[in-house]
Design a protein around this ligand. Structure first.
Ligand code: IMP
Length: 179
């Protein structure tokens, strides 16, 4: 464990087991149809790369980037598409993959936006959920772990672009934020 970490909330082993479990459920639910997985950059990139390899059957993927926190740990509530999809999703089975549902503002906006493009179906998969922070109603169809209201890093999640490559999900020591 690196010195900036206060505690590990979800271990590497727990993540690996959950990714397999979610992959099996998704494989069964989409059996026989091609799935388009849309990862929300950058936080979902690591989770998504593991998840798509645990899904059996035809899977295509694409990415979107939206503006979020910047360097702070509080949501601005402003959602803006920074990178859009490379392809049309009309008539396709789409699964959005996100790192964490916090206030829900980002996913609420994305779901509305993508639904207006007429996919055949649209579902959500999130590695983490912080239900106590919700400002708008959003529910993941596939969820990894519910966590308390704490700012977390690792397995794709960052604080000021740091700590994304940690193999676990962890809480930082308070002094890290004071620097
Ligand atoms: P929401 O719009 O408030 O639900 O926030 C979603 C986005 O905020 C996530 O995709 C993350 O990029 C970021 N975020 C929310 N909570 C955390 C956290 O605990 N650690 C790192 N990023 C977070």
């Amino acid at each position: 464990m690196i010195p900036e970490i206060e505690k590990i909330l979800v271990s590497q082993e727990e993540i690996a087991a959950k990714v397999q479990e979610l992959g099996s459920r998704i494989s069964a639910d989409y059996k026989g149809s091609e799935l388009l997985v849309i990862g929300i950059l950058k936080g979902a990139a690591i989770f998504m790369s593991d998840l798509v390899r645990s899904i059996e059957g035809a899977v295509a993927f694409d990415f979107m980037a939206v503006s979020s926190y910047g360097a702070s740990t509080e949501s601005s509530g402003v959602v803006r598409i920074v990178k859009d999809l490379d392809q049309s999703i009309e008539g396709r089975h789409v699964l959005i993959v996100e790192d964490v549902v916090d206030t829900g503002l980002t996913l609420n906006y994305l779901v509305d936006n993508l639904r207006s493009r007429n996919p055949a179906s649209l579902k959500l998969c999130s590695l983490l959920d912080k239900p106590s922070r919700r400002k708008v109603e959003v529910k993941a169809d596939y969820l990894g772990f519910e966590i308390p209201d704490e700012f977390v890093v690792g397995y794709g999640l960052d604080y000021s672009e740091r700590f994304r490559t940690l193999p676990y999900v962890a809480v930082l020591k308070p002094e890290v934020y004071q620097k």
